[in-house]
Ligand binder design. Structure first.
Ligand code: FES
Length: 579
């Protein structure tokens, strides 16, 4: 049996348990909030990092859920302390929540460091909140458990299901093509988001929450439960209960996260047909955990991993269907020898033990390997003279005829240029052209927004074109689809070859060969590089200056250089003396 901590070994003991002037202040100020000493003395203090906000619809149930988490903590003999943190609301924050992922990671880490936390519950789910909270918790390395927001209910439109994002792009294209009316579009708007919870396609939120469960950082089955389901409330309470024991057991992220658990997470994401954003986030998370995950590892695992989740944007169904079909636990049973089920999780037992007894109830939603949606290549990593540091594409969500394609570039120098000209009748473009967007990367945009599903020009939409080759240094929403080459590294803003492209240059994509090249000679490229001038930085004050100075490129996860693992301050004993 694991040796349990003693109360005087708790980190919070330094705030509450000692007899000095400072601890007098901590105790008297806790009394001021109406707590009796018996409420907290000798108990683990559990920080609940809550990313609730009035402007985050994906977390609008967190006001209620946090009470349910607290209920579990009280029941298990802990002392819950809710700590609000910045809510990265994907639909509202400009230019992109990605600009602030590392800020939330820092906030999470510093909240845990500066307050008397013995362990934490991380409440997130909307896209960047998940990696951000977990990145911060990994760096602090206190016992931590993630409580996913859960997907919202299916959207509804004229008797059909609507999927977050995916159907927005679909019906927007139909509106621009003149195939639906403004009234139809209004109905889509009213019916696509019907409850609290994160996007219910296999977008970034569903992908990252599933990845956290596979990594062992959530309770078994937690990531698939729809947000409004009463079982989500129950899961919140159980999460609160479990973290208290994790503190006594001293079960930390560093005990759970290994190279094998990250391989498991990548494999599951690939088999789910998950978001390309997970590449950036999982690499950042792994590097925080001291695991050398890189783009080539994603590609190697993609070559052997079938896509088994029939979920939009790659497939047909939505997260609610996935839950009723058995959810992630059942899904993982299908992966068999592709996984290492011996990895430890936050339950104190293995991933394999967590999925024991799980069953698939609908094998069209969760496919067996004999009926895979796609045999392999849910994602592919490309390199070539256009992306020496790598780029990614999602072959499972593009038209197959574009897997090998050569066409002339139509170049937009930034987002505004694209918005101004993309629908112009004068634009020289055909279905074989390759649309290129520059200045959309971590520094150039800045923040590497989800602009990567570049719009198809209106005149081609009217001809019936629904997919064409598109390239950028941006990311793409996990709910998007199409032949979009993303995360081109190095980005154009720092002198990457993408920034040297000109209209008419021939670009070749070969997914099977994992190549993305421009047919421009080395001499010509050298000449263009000599003439190239770096655009002015996008920020001159505030957080943006810090961001631009320290942000790293997509292939290493876009973390700040000073947050790298070797810069970690030990959670216990390594904190600076601050009085
Ligand atoms: Fe929050 Fe999609 S908008 S998860």
């Amino acid at each position: 049996m694991t040796e349990r901590k003693k109360p005087e070994e708790l980190r919070s003991h330094r705030w509450y348990g000692v007899k000095d002037l400072r601890s007098f202040g901590h105790r008297s100020r806790t009394s001021q909030m109406g707590y009796h000493r018996s409420d907290y003395a000798g108990k683990p203090v559990i920080a609940i990092i809550n990313t609730w906000s009035d402007i985050n619809p994906c977390h609008s149930h967190f006001k209620q859920r946090v009470e349910e988490v607290k209920r579990g903590i009280w029941q298990a003999g802990g002392f819950p302390v809710e700590m609000p943190a910045i809510s990265l609301s994907e639909p509202f924050q400009k230019p992109t929540t990605m600009l602030y992922r590392n800020l939330l990671a820092m906030e999470c880490e510093e909240l845990l460091r500066s307050y008397p936390a013995d362990g934490c519950v991380l409440m997130g789910g909307c896209d960047k909140t998940t990696p951000a909270l977990v990145m911060g918790a990994i760096s602090m390395d206190l016992p931590a458990i993630f409580m996913p927001a859960g997907p919202m209910l299916r959207g509804d439109y004229k008797g059909e299901y609507l999927g977050s994002g995916s159907d927005t792009w679909k019906y927007w294209a139909e509106l621009r093509a003149g195939n639906i009316t403004e009234g139809d579009w209004q109905e889509v708007e009213d019916g696509i988001a019907r409850s609290a919870g994160h996007c219910m396609t296999m977008g970034t939120a569903s992908t990252m929450c599933s990845a956290m469960e596979v990594l062992g950082l959530t309770l078994p089955g937690a990531s698939s439960i729809p947000a409004p389901d009463s079982r989500h409330s129950q899961m919140a309470t159980l999460t609160g209960k479990r973290i208290v024991d994790m503190v006594w057991e001293d079960l930390k992220p560093s005990d759970i996260l290994t190279a094998q658990s990250f391989d498991n997470a990548v494999t599951a994401v690939l088999a789910l047909g998950g978001s390309t954003n997970s590449v950036v986030h999982l690499i950042a998370l792994a590097r925080r955990a001291g695991v050398a995950l890189d783009l080539q590892r994603f590609d190697a695992l993609a070559r052997r991993t079938p896509v088994l989740a029939n979920l939009r944007p790659s497939g047909k169904y939505l997260m609610e269907d996935f839950y009723y079909a058995g959810g992630l636990r059942a899904f993982l049973t299908q992966l068999g020898d592709l996984m290492d089920f011996g990895q430890l999780t936050c339950t104190g037992t293995t991933l394999g033990a967590n999925i024991e007894g799980a069953r698939v109830f609908n094998d069209d939603v969760i496919r067996p390997r004999s009926k895979a949606l796609v045999e392999s290549d849910g994602l592919a990593v490309l390199t070539g003279n256009l992306a020496p540091g790598g780029a990614v594409i999602k072959p499972a969500a593009m038209e197959p005829h574009l897997r090998k394609h050569t066409g002339p570039a139509v170049v937009f120098k930034d987002y505004n240029d694209m918005a101004a000209r993309i629908d112009s009748p004068d634009l020289q473009v055909t279905k074989d052209s390759v649309i290129v967007l520059q200045s959309a990367g971590p520094q150039g945009a800045p923040g590497m927004p989800e602009w990567g599903q570049l719009p198809i020009p209106q005149k081609l939409l009217k001809e019936g074109v629904r997919d064409m080759l598109r390239i950028s240094d941006a990311r793409m929403s996990g709910t998007s689809y199409g032949a979009c080459v993303l995360h081109v590294t190095p980005e154009s803003h720092v002198g990457g070859p993408l920034g040297l492209l000109r209209d008419g240059d021939l670009i070749s994509l070969d997914v099977d060969a994992r190549r993305i090249d421009m047919q421009v000679s080395d001499e010509e490229l050298a000449q263009r590089k000599a003439q190239w001038k770096q655009p002015a930085p996008k920020f001159t004050r505030g957080f943006g200056v810090l961001y631009l100075k320290h942000i790293q490129q997509a292939d290493t996860g876009c973390d700040f250089d000073f947050l790298e693992t070797e810069k970690k301050v030990e959670a216990d004993g390594g904190e600076p003396e601050i009085h």
